[in-house]
Design a protein around this ligand. Structure first.
Ligand code: ZN
Ligand code: FE
Length: 258
């Protein structure tokens, strides 16, 4: 069974540390900053077995060079962003599979363009390392791709098993839930999530991971096929919407405007 631990970094990033009880070696996901990772490794007597990168943004790769100097290990990341990231040993695209022997775990690579064009996610054993594609109750901004592309990316993630735990790259959950409530005010699953997340944050704990089964009930960016969400997006657009990409796009623009 994999353990995934959060190392908070920068203002609201999480660097995920994937471990097993059986090994001192861990995988470090999206090291946006070196020092908190180095501290975590020292504190727990851990060694880096691999670095997994989801996309090229500085808050996900900014600590990589410094960490590699002290903790050399193979770097996995998106082939399409290899030049911008630098130092990739394994250039990945959707459908690729690889095993990290030190974790005894097989990973599947999923293409999730939209936030960036080369963005990938990693799925293994009920764990989704989603980068800035999917957050708890929200999703990443669409910086490089189109709304249609991002919606198709999220549809791929939505198709994973319900018991998948989703580890996104940022602690945005309270703001995401506030927006979810605006879109879908009658949804009591959102109220329950707000209560739960407020309690976690009140204790200084991460609100992540989300559980995919819950995301399907509360995350407006996965709910283009829900009647209430579609109606809310249609009201916002001032016309009847049916296309998933369009519904997603209206919701994304709506959130960006708040
Ligand atoms: Zn990003
Ligand atoms: Fe980010």
């Amino acid at each position: 069974m994999l353990e995934v631990n959060a190392v908070p970094a920068l203002s609201d990033n999480y660097i995920w540390i994937v471990a097993t009880g059986d090994s001192k070696h861990v995988a470090v996901v999206d090291p946006g900053e070196a020092e908190p990772v180095a501290d975590h490794l020292a504190q727990h007597g851990l060694k880096v077995g691999a670095y997994l990168i989801t996309h090229h943004h500085g808050d996900h790769v900014g600590g990589l060079k410094t960490l590699l100097a002290e903790h050399p290990a193979p770097v996995y990341g998106p082939a399409a962003e290899a030049d911008r990231i630098g130092g990739l040993d394994h250039r990945l695209t959707g459908g690729d599979r690889f095993t990290l022997d030190f974790l005894g775990a097989a990973f599947e690579v999923i293409d999730v363009p939209g936030h960036t064009l080369g963005h990938i996610a990693y799925a293994t054993e009920g764990v989704l390392l989603a980068g800035d594609a999917l957050f708890r109750a929200g999703c990443g901004r669409v910086f490089e791709g189109t709304h249609e592309q991002m919606q198709r990316s999220l549809a791929r993630l939505k198709a994973l098993p319900d018991d998948t735990r989703v580890y996104g790259g940022h602690e945005y959950t309270q703001k995401n839930l506030a927006f979810a409530k605006i879109v879908d005010p009658g949804n009591t699953a959102i109220d329950a999530a707000i209560e739960h997340v407020d309690a976690l944050r009140g204790q200084g704990r991460p609100s992540l991971p989300g559980l995919l089964a819950e995301e399907k009930r509360i995350n407006p960016f996965l709910r283009w096929d829900d009647d209430d969400v579609r109606a809310a997006a249609s009201r916002r657009a001032g016309r009847e919407l049916n296309d998933p990409g369009e519904i997603f796009g209206v919701l994304r623009d709506w959130k960006d405007a708040i």
